[in-house]
Design a protein around this ligand. Structure first.
Ligand SMILES: [Zn+2]
Length: 245
């Protein structure tokens, strides 16, 4: 019985991956393409429901994968700048929420790209453990995490900053080459800089401590999971926010 349920689950996941791929492969049926947005030379910001960041500068790195439904838009964006998912070296996942991890299986499908995430988040991304925080149990197709990250670790030139509180194993990434913080959902910029809505934070207090932690790093530019990126002066703005939270 259990085996048959597991098999059904796997078949459902496989069907969903095929669907996302088909949406993309269906002769580019997009009615509205995602606009090209190169924030800094070699730093692309792909805005769907949540933001995906793409670094194309000798490295070929994707940070976050949007939702299951928007995976095709991310793949389409890559195609527009002649990047194939199979050429990606690493796909970082900042945290396990559906709008950041949902597209992973479809984008990673057939690609040798390594998947990297924080140690705590890896089992939620792989669906080996049930995520116990908001917004409830997950239903993305589980994907194996290949590189387990810890605070302070460097991978592909990106420094891992452990920023828990939004989820249990959230990370932000610092790219010194572009003086860029890729915040994930450690900070929100939808209507000015602020914490994420506490309805979506597993530990609101810890989330604010993480904002204070980010304020100690040096960077000029920042990309957020939700809201417009900031070009120039981002570190100062986040330091100001850290004083208010
Ligand atoms: Zn989130």
């Amino acid at each position: 019985m259990r085996n048959s349920l597991e098999r059904q689950g796997r078949e459902k996941d496989a069907a969903r991956i095929r669907r996302s791929r088909k949406e993309y492969l269906g002769e580019r049926l997009w009615t509205s393409r995602v606009a090209l947005m190169e924030l800094l030379k070699g730093v692309h910001v792909i805005e769907t429901y949540a933001t995906t960041t793409l670094l194309v500068d000798g490295r070929l790195i994707l940070v976050d994968t949007s939702s299951d439904a928007d995976a095709g838009k991310v793949i389409d964006y890559l195609a527009n700048i002649r990047v194939k998912p199979k050429d990606l070296s690493t796909i970082f996942i900042t945290h396990t929420h559906p709008d950041h991890v949902g597209g992973l299986a479809a984008i990673k499908h057939g690609s040798p790209a390594k998947v990297a995430a924080h140690r705590i988040e890896a089992d939620f991304i792989a669906r080996k453990r049930v995520y116990d925080g908001p917004s409830g149990p997950q239903n993305h197709p589980g994907t194996q995490v290949d590189v387990i990250l810890d605070d302070g670790q460097k991978l592909d030139g990106l420094e891992v900053i452990f920023t828990p509180g939004h989820t249990r194993g959230s990370i932000s990434l610092l790219d010194p080459a572009h003086s860029l913080l890729i915040a994930g959902d450690a900070v929100n910029n939808e209507s000015g800089l602020r914490p994420m809505d506490d309805r979506y934070n597993v530990d609101p207090k810890q989330h604010r401590e993480s904002i204070k932690k980010l304020a100690k790093f040096h960077f000029e530019n920042a990309v957020f999971g939700h809201g417009a990126p900031i070009k120039g002066g981002a570190g100062t703005k986040i330091a100001d926010l850290a004083k208010r939270v």
